[in-house]
Design a protein around this ligand. Structure first.
Ligand SMILES: Cc1cc2nc3c(=O)[nH]c(=O)nc-3n(C[C@H](O)[C@H](O)[C@H](O)COP(=O)(O)OP(=O)(O)OC[C@H]3O[C@@H](n4cnc5c(N)ncnc54)[C@H](O)[C@@H]3O)c2cc1C
Length: 383
C-alpha cells in the first residue's frame, strides 16, 4: 500500500498517527459516551495544521496535497470517527469552497482563522424537505439595498454547535430552480443566527451535530460566495471533494476495527485454542483486510487524480460508495469476532460499528451514489 506514497505522505501518516495515539485514542471512548466536543484536543489539532490541511502556508495553512489530506483524515478517524468528521467537513466542504470560489478579500478575512482552527466551519445544505434532493432547498436570501435578508432552517449540521463560519445554501431567486440557489456565509453571533439542540445520534456522538436556523438574518452583500445562482454548482464541487474525505474517514474507522479484531482473535481462547485458529474467524479477518485495502486504494486514487488536476468526481463517488459500504461490513464483522463483548461498551468495536454506519448516509447516501455512478456507466455505453 505504501508503494506509491511519497516520503512526505508517509511522514504525514507517522506524525498524525503518533499524535492521535497519544492525544485522541485515550479519550475517544469517553467523549463518545459523554457526547463531548474535546476543545483541548481541537486546540492542539489547530496548532498542528489539521484545520487548514490544503490551505497555502501564506494563508495560515499546511499547504499539503490531497493525498496527505486523506491520510490525515484516515488517521484521525482511526482514533475517533467524530473528530475525523469534524476535520473532513471543516477542510473539504467549508474551507475548500471559500478557497475555490471566494474573492481575495473573503479569503483573507475567513481563511486564516479557519486554517488555524481558531474558527470552525460548517456546510449547511440539508433541510427538512431537502435531503437527497438538494435542489429542493427552501431557505431564502432576499436581496435588499444593504445585502441579504436570510431565513433558513438547516438540519444535521456537522460541527453546528461550535461553528463560527457557516456556508448557507439559500434561494436568491425562487423561480429559477437549481439556478436560483446561492451560498451566503453566515457568521455565528449575527442577530437572528440560532443554533439548535444537539442531535441525539447513534454514532459520531462527540461531534456537535445540530440544526442552524436563521430568522430574518441580515447578511452583508460581501458575504455572497461566488455569484448569485451558482450555489448548486458550488455545492456539487464541494461534495465531490468532501466525498473523498468521508471515504477516508470510513477507511480509518475500518482500519481500527480490523486491528482490534486481529488482536482479540489472537488473545481470546475458546475450545482450547485462540479463536484466530478457527477457520470462520480467519475468513472474516481475510475479508476485512481485503475489503479495507480495496477501499483504501480507491480513496487514494481519487485523491491522486485530484492532485493531478484530472477529473475525479466519478472516482470520488465510487470511493465513497465502496469505502462506506465496506466499513459497515468490516465493523459488523469486528463485532461478530468479539462475540458478546463486541456488543458491549467494554470494547471499542461497538463504537466503530455505530460510527461507520453513517458514512453510508451523509454527503450523499449510497443509493444516490449508485444512481450517479450508474448514470455515467450507462452514458459510457450509450452508443
Ligand atoms: C451525522 C450527520 C451529519 C450530517 N452533516 C451534514 C452537514 O454537515 N451538512 C449538510 O448539509 N447535511 C448533513 N447531513 C445530512 C445528510 O447529508 C442527509 O441526511 C443525506 O443527504 C440524506 O438526506 P435525508 O436524511 O433527508 O434522507 P432522504 O433524502 O429522505 O432519503 C431517505 C432514503 O431514501 C433514499 N432516496 C432518496 N431519494 C432517492 C432516489 N432518487 N433514488 C433512490 N433512493 C432515494 C435515500 O437513499 C435514503 O435511503 C448529515 C447527516 C447526518 C446523519
Amino acid at each position: 500500500m505504501n508503494t506509491f506514497l511519497s516520503e512526505k505522505n508517509r511522514a504525514v501518516r507517522r506524525s498524525v498517527r503518533a499524535f492521535c495515539e497519544r492525544e485522541i485514542m485515550p479519550i475517544a471512548g469517553e467523549i463518545d459516551r459523554e457526547a463531548r466536543f474535546p476543545w483541548e484536543v481541537i486546540e492542539m489539532m489547530g496548532k498542528l495544521g489539521y484545520f487548514g490541511i490544503q490551505v497555502p502556508k501564506k494563508l495560515g495553512g499546511s499547504g499539503m496535497d490531497s493525498l496527505s489530506c486523506v491520510i490525515t483524515i484516515e488517521e484521525i478517524s482511526r482514533a475517533c470517527g467524530s473528530l475525523g468528521l469534524c476535520v473532513t467537513v471543516h477542510n473539504s466542504v467549508a474551507v475548500y469552497p471559500i478557497m475555490a470560489f471566494g474573492s481575495e478579500t473573503q479569503k483573507k478575512r475567513w481563511i486564516p482563522p479557519l486554517a488555524r482552527g481558531e474558527k470552525i466551519g460548517a456546510f449547511c445544505l440539508t433541510e427538512p424537505n431537502a435531503g437527497s434532493d438538494a435542489a429542493g432547498v427552501e431557505a431564502t436570501a432576499i436581496r435588499n439595498k444593504k445585502g441579504y435578508l436570510v431565513n433558513a432552517n438547516k438540519v444535521f449540521v456537522t460541527n453546528g454547535g461550535v461553528a463560527d463560519i457557516c456556508l448557507i445554501f439559500a434561494r436568491t431567486d425562487p423561480d429559477a430552480g437549481r439556478r436560483g440557489i446561492s451560498v451566503v456565509v453566515a457568521e455565528r453571533g449575527t442577530p437572528g443566527f440560532v443554533v439548535g439542540d444537539l442531535e441525539d445520534l447513534c454514532g459520531m456522538r462527540a461531534n456537535p451535530v445540530t440544526s442552524i436556523r436563521l430568522y430574518d438574518c441580515k447578511i452583508p452583500a460581501e458575504n455572497l460566495l461566488g455569484e448569485e445562482g451558482t450555489g448548486f454548482q458550488i455545492g456539487i464541487m464541494a461534495l465531490d471533494t468532501g466525498r473523498i474525505g468521508i471515504a477516508a474517514q470510513a477507511v480509518g474507522i475500518a482500519q481500527a476495527a480490523l486491528e482490534e479484531s486481529a488482536r482479540y482473535a489472537n488473545q481470546r481462547q475458546q475450545f482450547g485454542v485462540s479463536i484466530g485458529k478457527h477457520q470462520s474467524i480467519q475468513a472474516m479477518l481475510a475479508d476485512m483486510a481485503t475489503e479495507l485495502e480495496a477501499a483504501r486504494l480507491m480513496v487514494y486514487r481519487a485523491a491522486l487524480l485530484r492532485d493531478q488536476g484530472k477529473h475525479f468526481s466519478r472516482a470520488s463517488a465510487m470511493a465513497k460508495l465502496y469505502a462506506s459500504e465496506a466499513a459497515s461490513r468490516i465493523t459488523d464483522m469486528a463485532v461478530q469476532i468479539h462475540g458478546g463483548y463486541g456488543y458491549s461498551k467494554s470494547y471499542p468495536v461497538e463504537r466503530y460499528y455505530r460510527d461507520a454506519r453513517v458514512t453510508r448516509i451523509y454527503e450523499g447516501t449510497s443509493e444516490i451514489h449508485q444512481m450517479v455512478i450508474a448514470r455515467e456507466v450507462l452514458k459510457d455505453y450509450a452508443k
